[in-house]
Design a protein around this ligand. Structure first.
Ligand code: ATP
Ligand code: MG
Length: 601
């Protein structure tokens, strides 16, 4: 009798995620106050007038719409939306569009498309009431401006007219405290007047900034009177030319979180030193009755780095703009649009992100982890097909003898998927000429080679056993065709199939029905696992062979393959019909990944 199986300990299998412990504690203890939510973002009075928040927690994904999302963002997306889903909360999609210069509608649209593609929704659950949690930080400019005036009135902010050079020099460094600005001790009324002049366009760009008045001697340089507002005449994609002053990220972000009633503001580790300012600012604004309590809290986690990949929008833009790749959605790019086009599934990306946990370290994840998740996903659902990538012709010299005519087409079939009978059978046929892989023939076999060489027998997969008789060559001595004879009565699936034992099986496509296709064979974009580590110029380690385009032959079942369909080409790996260029009369397939891990080798 077999031992009763013990269920694996689900807790022990859960990847490490320290944020769950924090959230569970907060849910258990309450948040230190009543959380009311005024059905949308707003200041303290707005929320005070609302009902108790139906969401048990609120998280947000706050991209700046200045580029396309990459695999690192997927980590943040799955984390924030996943925690909201798991604990009965809501996750907001917020465009952090406070910087007018680099932001565009194109990116806003692409970001929404990719968050949805990954499987997430910013729509509040029906039980919480109909609401779309899609927000724009630029809609809060008025409140941010009010908050700035409030700080000035309280003596907590001032307009600094030092030059940028003076400001930098007076900031000090890790070993030297900073020096107070000579403008710091003017009266609040003077600062308020100056700030309004900044807003009203009286002063040129860069002439002065609004700064918080905290402590120029703080050991945390972020607390040495950080800048809150700058003058910048630029047209904003949402607010147009209404403003010529724009809030700095450090000032804007905490306010955005508070207005949206975020409970857990999750960001990457580099923001850890900014947390004291986050808390300083919101505490003062709450005291002034501008933002609602309980206040949001910031938590930092280690960013995701994937080997052989760079995850910085700036560097990705450089790859695109300098033409190292063909656009943001080039299948070699670690952008989500690129990965989708390459054939990665949302399921595989979510599984990779989930399995790597959430920690306080900036970890490097091996690319093979992502590929493993992809294979695990596609293995169970991608249909199989035969494809010849490096073709050479095989001529069956006794075809007419056996079937009575060279025009005969011998029907063959194979399951679309070995474990999914519901996907049915693929039909194809045998003729006198086939395409096979060039590597499936050797004039002089190496040791242990079981495929075609003169005198050896091998099986055509889902077809017949054949015996190799030789080859044809051109004047240059190159092999132009492989010659073989069919062994009668050995068709797969017939009683005679096992009569002749062979060690080698080869894949093939009949010439008469082969679908010619463009195959784009991709490899890693960089030759080094950490392309930009240690300040190295990542452009120097671009893999010159990251893309190879060949013409291959596919079995006829793929003639009508729709764009984006994923298939396992037997022996070769997983391929996807390219979502941009694939046409049924001109098929284009991208290689997603091989059948085995090729990253470690
Ligand atoms: P980049 O450095 O590529 O420009 P970013 O952080 O400036 O990225 P944002 O649009 O501001 O880009 O990012 C939105 C969110 O995604 C932020 O909360 C950020 O912390 C998170 N994020 C960005 N990159 C990663 C990463 N590699 N791992 C985890 N989270 C990330
Ligand atoms: Mg950023």
């Amino acid at each position: 009798m077999s031992e009763p199986k013990t269920a694996p300990d689900a807790e022990a299998l859960k990847p490490n995620n320290f944020l769950r412990a924090i959230i569970e504690r907060d849910l258990e203890q309450g948040y230190g106050g009543e959380r009311r939510f005024g059905a949308g973002p707003g200041d303290a009075p707005h929320h005070a007038a609302g009902p108790l928040d139906p969401a048990r927690l609120r998280t947000r994904f706050p991209p700046e719409p200045n580029g396309y999302l990459h695999i690192g963002h997927a980590k943040s997306i799955c984390l924030n939306f996943g925690l909201a889903r798991d604990y009965g909360g809501e996750c907001h999609l917020r465009f952090d569009d406070t910087n007018p210069e680099k932001e565009e509608q194109e990116y806003v649209d692409a970001i929404q498309e990719m968050v949805a593609w990954l499987g997430w929704s910013w729509q509040a659950p029906a039980a919480h009431g109909e609401r779309s949690n899609l927000y724009y930080a630029s809609n809060y400019f008025d409140v941010m401006y009010r908050a700035a005036e409030y700080l000035i009135e309280q003596g907590l902010a001032y307009v600094d007219e030092q030059t940028p050079e003076e400001m930098r020099a007076n900031r000090g460094d890790f070993s030297t405290p900073g020096t107070n600005s000579p403008f710091r001790d003017r009266s609040p009324a003077e600062h308020l007047a100056r700030f309004r002049e900044m807003r009203d366009g009286v002063h040129p760009d860069g002439a002065m900034v609004l700064r918080a008045k905290i402590d120029m001697a703080s050991p945390n340089i972020n607390m040495r009177d950080p800048a809150l507002y700058r003058i910048r005449r630029a047209t904003h994609h949402n607010t147009g030319d209404k403003w010529c002053i724009y809030p700095m990220y450090t000032f804007a972000h905490p306010i955005e979180d508070a207005l949206e009633r975020i409970t857990h503001s999750i960001c990457t580790l580099e923001f850890e030193d900014q947390r004291p300012f986050y808390d300083w600012l919101l505490e003062h604004l709450a005291q002034g009755g501008l933002v609602a309590r309980p206040l949001p809290h910031q938590y930092e986690f280690g960013r995701l780095n994937l080997s052989y990949v760079v995850t910085s929008k700036r560097k990705l833009r450089q790859l695109v703009e300098e033409g190292h790749v063909n656009g943001w959605d080039d299948p070699r790019m670690p952008t989500l649009v690129g990965m989708r086009r390459r054939g990665y599934t949302p399921e595989s990306i979510r599984a990779m992100v989930e399995s790597t946990g959430v920690t306080k370290q900036n970890a490097w994840i091996d690319y093979s982890v992502l590929d493993g998740c992809l294979r695990a996903d596609l293995e169970g659902k991608a249909a199989r097909a035969m494809a010849v990538i490096d073709p050479v012709k095989l001529k069956l010299s006794n075809f007419a003898e056996i079937f009575g005519s060279l025009d005969h087409r011998e029907p063959c079939s194979a399951p679309a998927h070995p474990h999914l009978p519901e996907l049915g059978q693929r039909a194809f046929s045998l003729g006198p000429e086939l395409w096979i892989e060039r590597e499936d023939f050797m004039e002089v076999p190496s040791k242990g080679y079981h495929r075609l060489y003169p005198g050896n027998k091998a099986r055509l997969k889902a077809g017949y056993v054949i015996e190799c008789t030789g080859c044809e060559k051109n004047e240059a001595g190159e092999i132009t065709a492989v010659l073989a004879t069919l062994v009668p009565d050995t068709k797969s699936g017939t009683p005679g199939a096992d009569a002749v034992k062979v060690k080698g099986v080869i894949t093939w496509v009949a010439v008469h029905e082969a679908v010619q296709a463009e195959l784009r064979l991709y490899d890693r974009l960089f030759t080094e696992a950490q392309p930009d580590a240690g300040g190295r110029d990542f452009l120097e380690v671009i893999n010159p062979a990251s893309k190879r385009v060949v013409t291959g032959y596919l079995e006829p079942s793929l003639a009508a393959a729709p764009a984006d369909v994923k298939v396992q080409f037997e022996r070769h790996g997983y391929f996807v019909a390219d979502r941009v260029d694939h046409r049924s009369d001109k098929p284009v397939f991208n290689k997603i990944t091989g059948l085995r891990d090729g990253w470690g080798k």
